[in-house]
Design a protein around this ligand. Structure first.
Ligand SMILES: Nc1nc2c(ncn2[C@@H]2O[C@H](COP(=O)(O)OP(=O)(O)O)[C@@H](O)[C@H]2O)c(=O)[nH]1
Ligand SMILES: [Mg+2]
Length: 355
């Protein structure tokens, strides 16, 4: 597994921590809880790999198993087989361009007599898909600043899994011994604040919130102040996914970013876009749209457990030079996995290496 974040270089100023007044409503993670949660870290890597493989079952069925069926018993690669392959790749949401790239490359290799049979073609497909997945040269892990809280702003359209991802991500940080606070910046949707508070209680971290309808900029300002004063290591900010118009949403995100930067000059350190994998190509349009407004530094793809459209992961890696940090493979607290391209490819293609 990957190391999923790089720790701060400097040790925290112990005196500063000690001198901070601790208010009664501040719930800091208890050691016993942390200890219990840490055991998850020691879970057998083989077990985790099996869960990933299980989560990707539908995508595998729609992609790799259909390719296997197509190739079964065929001795040679003819034009019709390549046409059928093209259709499979498109329906598995690899996207038109990625599909064309793969199929044209296969055609060229066949023409040069470089592919003896469909099995050789399958190996090439697997290799090229793995190459797309590993193509980003940006760091896959979250890089924390040397000083001050690490601020993560989470964006994405309604229902993609932002709040759930925040809960799961916070849990990971808590397990890694970090002091985490959540900020309920989605003041637009009625249940959003409540939902984040429930996550906060579940993983025992404070949630800075105001009522529904409050100005998100004001909540976020409070949150930043709270975290800086009390020496929090990580602040994760939830944001609204839909306002009256797209323009409104994008303007609001810019404003939120400014408010954060006012408090900590180089923050947010991470702007994470959450994409629902079940929406297939729509997710690609969302990534384009959000990238126009804010500088997206990382992606999380959710709901890979409930979709046959997992090919979108390949498409995203190929199209955007934005690292995928995490993938969501379920609704539970530990269903957020570090995205390891190699492991993903193995799980997809049914490799037997248990990493
Ligand atoms: N199966 C599955 N469901 C998920 C995953 N991530 C989020 N969800 C569900 O998607 C729904 C919307 O999530 P939510 O976090 O409220 O989305 P938000 O509107 O972007 O904040 C909830 O029912 C979540 O439990 C995932 O990885 N797998
Ligand atoms: Mg939400």
């Amino acid at each position: 597994m990957l190391g999923w974040f790089k720790k701060k270089k400097l040790p925290k100023d112990a005196d500063a921590v000690a001198s901070q007044p601790v208010e009664e409503d501040v719930q800091v993670p208890e050691t016993a809880e942390q200890e219990a949660a840490k055991s998850i870290l020691h879970e057998d890597v083989g077990v985790l790999f099996k869960r990933l493989t299980k989560g990707l079952a539908q995508t595998r069925g729609n992609l790799v198993e259909r390719v296997d069926e197509l190739f079964l018993g065929k001795k040679s690669i003819d034009p019709e087989l390549l046409d059928d392959l093209e259709e499979i790749l498109i329906t598995a949401d690899l996207g038109v361009e990625t599909t064309m790239d793969l199929v044209e490359d296969a055609r060229a290799k066949v023409a040069r007599n470089e592919l003896a049979d469909p099995q050789a073609l399958k190996s090439v497909l697997k290799q090229r898909i793995t190459d797309f997945l590993t193509s980003s040269d940006k760091p896959a892990e979250l890089v924390m600043p040397d000083k001050g809280p690490f601020v993560i702003m989470v964006v994405g359209v309604n229902g993609v899994g932002k709040t759930t991802t925040i809960g799961k991500m916070a849990h990971k940080f808590v397990n890694a011994g970090q002091k985490v606070a959540l900020v309920a910046g989605d003041t637009f949707r009625a249940a959003a604040v409540e939902q984040l508070k429930v996550w906060g209680q579940r993983i025992n971290v404070p949630v800075i919130a105001q009522d529904t309808g409050a100005d998100p900029a004001s909540v976020i300002f409070d949150g930043m102040e709270y975290a800086v004063k009390r020496n929090f290591d990580v602040v994760i900010i939830d944001t609204a996914g839909r306002l009256h118009t797209k323009v409104n949403l994008m303007e609001e995100l810019k404003k939120i970013k400014r408010v954060i930067a006012k408090k900590i000059s180089n923050a947010p350190h991470e702007i994470m876009l959450v994409i629902d994998a079940t929406t297939g190509q729509n997710g690609i349009s969302q990534a384009r749209e959000f990238s126009k407004t804010v500088d997206i530094t990382g992606l999380t793809l959710t709901k890979l457990d409930g979709t046959a459209k997992g090919g979108i992961v390949v498409n995203i890696c190929r199209e955007f030079d934005i690292p995928i940090r995490f993938i969501g493979i379920g609704e539970q607290v530990d269903d957020l996995r570090d995205f390891d391209p190699q492991e993903f490819a193995e799980a997809l293609f049914g490799g037997h290496e248990s990493r």
